[in-house]
Design a binder for this molecule. Sequence first.
Ligand code: OFO
Length: 183
Amino acid sequence: MEKQIVTPKRSLTTETEKLLNNQVGKEASSSSAYLSMASWCEKSGYANAAEFLYRHSDEERMHMLKLFRYINDAGGHALQPAIKDIRHEYKSLRDVFEQVLEHEIRVTESINNIVDHCFTIKDFATFQFLQWYVTEQREEETLARRALELFDIIGEDGVGLWTIDQELGKLESFVQDGGAEQA
Ligand code: OFO
């Protein structure tokens, strides 16, 4: 007979566990969406944009795992999410980065809702854990906006798209070095 393990008491509420598992799904879906975008960029000849998105796909998986492990550490049950509705085709390179920005804004809203919920119910441990995601989302939105600005600053005609692809390859170090704040 299988040994029954008595579930010890925990501070994590069922509602918070559900919200965190929902966020696991969003991070996994981000990882898959960026992987699909990376593939489209690569086969369309935008090698730097592809590398940028491959890296971001890996980062999103790391975000998912961080939440996943937290849920179990806090006494909950992290659930492997199903991934649905991943787009494989894009109209243009600009379309890809417009999707990235919209996606990040939706993820920020979702994180903010969970943070608000945790504060309201005084789950300060989860509230504090989520601060990392608050900072991360701000950085990722900045990065996506900077990427989109390149299209207007450089222009897409002639060698424009080639130049934009080159600049996309340098963007992360610019934002990480605080260039976005200093500019
Ligand atoms: Fe998970 O960092 Fe954006 O989405």
